[in-house]
Write a protein that binds this ligand. Structure first.
Ligand code: AKB
Length: 315
């Protein structure tokens, strides 16, 4: 039976992945860790450790004590926060990742860390951005993610660490709010639509970005981690996506469920600049071919589910 250690377990992906993995592999087999503690299900439903991932010694001790054989390293700053504080982003995103990879090497653990569509920059094709293409991001987050992908691949080739990764698009979830990403609007809009009937978007109405609903993202992590290692041609990270839409398109989909809903636009130059440097839609065919990546949710299905689940929670 697996022994999985998750960092950043109280973040956007971790809050759901921890509970999902505990259901699949057993509560005591998934150690959640984070720099803070709260009274959520993640903390209450299984083992939990307070951990600052930049503390190399504590990271390694926690993994050894738990006898981890899999490390899921999620602790990181997202794009908008990283752009406002690039030095902190480098320290946390790169320092944390290096400690996570070193710990995986020492404990011979299987390893997963998310990458992002943020690895692409203006020189990559904007439409159907290929798996292998120019990686010249113009954001600190993107620089961190490209360096992180290269490090993961280096640990695979140099030390035989079984590294795996996904280039996630914006993730949409009714359970946890994202914290500091460029794609956060696609979650905030649902809260404001239900509670206020109105949303002011910080991205221009025609800004296309790839997105994915959280159930598909969680399943993609499980499927990639369960995949036969010999089928994985890319040890840095795979392009994955379910849909691409603009704020205007998402708003008109929401309007089908909440007819009074209105949207206006007040552009934030930092987040608009980041979004403009990213692709409109990426090509996930390498993930489909190598390990059978599939998704269940498109824009219509995701919007319906978000509104149903959030309405029950908020009203
Ligand atoms: C962000 O907006 O920073 C993230 C991402 C696409 O990596 N959601």
């Amino acid at each position: 039976m697996k022994r999985i250690m998750i960092t950043g377990a109280l973040g956007q992906i971790g809050s759901e992945l921890t509970l999902f993995m505990r259901k699949l592999y057993g509560e005591d087999h998934v150690l959640a860790s984070d720099i803070r503690k709260n009274d959520s299900d993640v903390v209450r439903s299984g083992p939990f450790e307070l951990l600052d991932v930049t503390d190399r010694k504590r990271f390694s001790e926690a993994a050894r004590t738990f006898q981890a054989d899999t490390i899921i390293h999620l602790a990181a700053l997202l794009s908008a926060v990283a752009e406002r504080n690039p030095l902190l982003a480098w320290h946390l995103n790169m320092g944390g990742l290096l400690n996570a990879l070193e710990t995986a090497r020492e404990t011979q653990s299987k390893f997963f860390t998310p990458s992002s569509i943020g690895v692409f920059g203006p020189s990559a094709p904007k439409i159907m951005t290929p798996q292998v293409t120019s990686l010249r991001p113009v954001t600190m987050y993107g620089v961190n993610k490209v360096a992180g992908e290269l490090l993961s691949e280096y640990y695979f080739h140099k030390y035989g660490v079984d590294t795996r990764g996904l280039r996630f698009p914006g993730l949409i979830s009714h359970a946890t709010l994202p914290g500091g990403g460029t794609t956060d609007y696609a979650v905030e809009i649902f809260y404001d639509a239900i509670l206020k009937g109105h949303y002011t978007s910080y991205l221009r109405k025609e800004t296309y970005i790839d997105m994915m609903y959280m159930p598909d993202a969680l399943q993609a992590i499980i499927d990639l981690m369960e995949a036969d290692p010999s089928t994985l041609k890319h040890r840095n990270a795979y392009n994955v996506t379910s849909m691409s839409f603009s704020p205007e398109e998402l708003a008109s989909e929401i309007k089908k469920h909440i007819p009074i809903f209105t949207i206006d636009y007040k552009m934030d130059p930092i987040r608009q600049g980041i979004a403009d440097s990213w692709p409109d839609c990426i090509d996930a065919s390498a993930a489909m071919n190598d390990w059978g990546f599939t998704v269940q949710y498109d824009l219509t299905k995701m919007t319906k589910d978000m509104i149903e689940k959030l309405s029950n929670k908020l009203t």
